[in-house]
Each structure stands twice: as C-alpha cells, then as structure tokens.
Design a protein around this ligand. Structure first.
Ligand code: S6P
Ligand code: ZN
Length: 189
C-alpha cells in the first residue's frame, strides 16, 4: 500500500546554471574544508590568508520511500588550481562495500580518479556526456582540469555512507597538476 512518501518526484536541471529545482540541500566546500587534500600546504596557507576560496558545491536530493532509498547529487567544481594541483572533490569511499554509484558528466573536462585498497588505480578522462559506473569498494574523486565549471551528477543509495578518513590518510595514487597548461598525472609514493 502506498504511503505519502511513495509518489514520484521530478526535478528540473537548468541547462544554463546546472542548478536543479526543487533542491532541499546545498553543501558548499571551501578550501578550508579540504585543506589537507592538496599537496602544497604552503600554497593552501597563502591562498587562505587572502580568501577562503569556494572549490565546489553539492546540490543534493534524497529520495526516500517506504521501501527504498536513493539520492541524487549535482556537483559543480569551479576551475582553478592550488599550487598547480587542479581543483578537485575531497574524494571518498562508500562505507558499505556493496554500494556502487553512477556518475554522469554534464559539462566540463577533467578526470575521475578511482582507487582501491588493493592498489588498483584508474584515471578516467572526462568530458560532457561521459558516464562511469563506480563499482563498490572503489574510492572516487573528480578533478576539474578545464577553464570552466565541471558539472556532474551522482546517483547512489543513501545508505552507502561516506568514508572520507581513508582518503585523508591514504590519499589517491595520483595527483593531477597543470604542467605547461596541460593536465599531468603524477604518481604519489
Ligand atoms: C556521493 C557522491 C557525490 C559526492 C560529491 C562531492 O556518494 O559520490 O555526490 O559526494 O561529488 O564529493 P565528496 O568527495 O566531497 O563527497
Ligand atoms: Zn560516492
């Protein structure tokens, strides 16, 4: 039997602004929120003396019904770099090891970095229209290597949970830097 939360929900993503409506939750991530993720801590501190730069923001909608849970998140990463390292998401692994996710790049260019605890690594080049299935157990981070916004949609289960600590401690196998104006993947030891 249907309850009041068991009815379809339709959202509209504005193709100009990449903002969807209605949107119950917006989470901005400033440089201070992901300070430790960048390699060049001196560059971070110098920028923070001037401004706490907005690196990206997440617009989020939880779809809860009486029998399921899903979520949609639209992430907009602003262009730029910190000490040559491109703006990126914090990155996380899902807490539950049976929880995948689908990412769809709406606009922009960059990379999706994927890492496992067993040492597997992939860097998927991204541009508008790229869709990637992220299997369970792969940590994920998106890098904006372009000169404009990079926008992507993530669809996942609310119950997946987010482990940021593992990324803060271990990092990803590669970092992405601007070298002569072009992206270069640099292996981390
Ligand atoms: C959630 C999904 C995305 C990210 C968002 C920001 O599972 O992967 O919605 O939350 O792109 O990245 P992060 O690493 O700050 O959560
Ligand atoms: Zn995720």
């Amino acid at each position: 039997m249907l309850t009041e939360i068991d009815f379809p929900i339709t959202l509209a993503l504005d193709p100009e602004s990449d903002i969807f409506d209605p949107c119950p939750q917006v989470t901005p991530r400033y440089l201070s929120d992901l300070k430790m993720m960048f390699k060049d801590q001196q560059a971070v501190d110098e920028i923070l003396k001037e401004e706490n730069r907005l690196i990206y923001e997440i617009r989020y909608y939880p779809f809860r019904t009486s029998k399921s849970d899903m979520a949609l998140a639209v992430t907009r990463i602003f262009p730029g770099n910190i000490g040559g390292e491109y703006h990126m998401t914090k990155g996380h692994k899902h807490e539950r090891d049976d929880q995948p996710e689908v990412y769809y790049c709406v606009k922009g260019e960059g990379f999706l970095l994927l890492d496992t605890l067993e040492g597997e690594f992939q860097a998927i080049p991204w541009r508008a229209g790229t869709i990637t299935h992220i299997p369970p157990m792969w940590a994920h981070r998106v890098i904006n290597t372009g000169t404009d916004l990079l926008v992507f949609i993530g669809v996942f289960h609310l119950s997946a949970g987010h482990d940021y600590e593992i990324v803060a401690q271990k990092g990803f196998s590669y970092r992405v830097y601007a070298v002569d104006g072009k992206p270069a993947l640099i292996r981390q030891t």
